[in-house]
Design a protein around this ligand. Sequence first.
Ligand SMILES: *Cc1c(COP(=O)(O)O)cnc(C)c1O
Length: 424
Amino acid sequence: MFDPLRNQSNIAPPAHVREAESLRVTRATFDQVMFQTYVPANFVPARAAGSKIWDTEGKDYIDFAGGVAVLSLGHCHPALNAALKAQADRMWHVSNYMVNEPAMRLAKKLVDATFADRVFLCNSGTEANEGALKTARKYASAHFGDKKHRIISTTNSFHGRTWLAVSTGGSPKYTKGMGPVPEGITHIPYNDVDALRAVMDDDVACIIMEPMQGEGGMFPGSPAFLAAARELCDKHNALLIFDEIQSGVGRTGALYSYMQKGITPDILTSAKGIGGGFPIGCFMTTEKVASVMVPGTHGTTYGGNPLGAAVAETVLDIVNNEAFLKRVLVAEQRLRDGFAAINKKYDVFADVRGEGLWLGCELTAKYDNKAGDFMKAGHRHNVVFLTAGNNNILRFAPALNITDVEIDEGLARVERAVAEMVAT
Ligand SMILES: *Cc1c(COP(=O)(O)O)cnc(C)c1O
């Protein structure tokens, strides 16, 4: 069978890659015909395997971004490809007027692996949070009345891009000019226990938080903050929602980060890594909470789509394994050692923090606001990573099965990018 840890970078590019496209497109096409809501890299990735990407010119890049913590098993993992192809030949879509086997198997595996009794399958992280928040308000309303509708969130948090998600998220720039936003949402600083205590009352339906803030700056949640959230939710009959869309599915070295932290939420949202690159998300909760969501209260056309479910089920089979999760922490140490060595030479990082294969290198004051420039230097030296926070953090979220060879090659390229930035 397959070995999830094997070095797929050595796999030759697929022979069937189409040479002649019906329509020639280049990076410039993006600027001509697509919404300019992103500023993508100036190369065009054409194929990928393991933790390596090749662009249309044939140049290779080490992928330390993992498609923003999505590619839990790297690019084109043989087991995921096999699951997707097998399901593609069997059945694509039937809608939620019927059940399907991969969706039920995936839900059963999630229930067996977590605190949850029930799973709602959707297509993205944003939808998972939207569903979780709707469920929390519905639960509060059903048991305590409509007055209990407040949502407590944290500043600088990221919860997705729908109206409710950007309103709940803690970045005002994402709602600017799009108001009025949904009511009843209060933001407090992350890891501020006193601020959390001060805003809690019996009208709170839920607290939503990431166990570690990713986009917001790679800040691990403090044990005291997470414990206080649990305690205050219990005291005020509110639900605790953990947004594990980025932290989940092995990213931190546990199947879900809440398991390491010893604080169990009432609702857990998951996406990104669970699909390994196929768009799928879900939220999970207890029997008691799920029971308020009766037929008609929520739905989605594609949620539980057999293709996505078949892939996610396979991701879970591979990641939910003690040896696999242990190795995430070994790889974390190798990356941390590499960053420390780079920093010793160039003195560019004020802090390196994070959990598992999810690390942030905060730049020193001298390079404040330059993370994007470092990222572009990375592209020039054939390595891809992300930014976070206030354009002052380099964010790394490689595939969980990245090999030592890929890590070392990636680090060497990061070092060259850092050297270029220091020299200019
Ligand atoms: C990415 C992310 C989301 C949004 O997920 P999408 O799939 O982009 O909708 C929500 N919360 C967190 C913590 C995320 O990292």
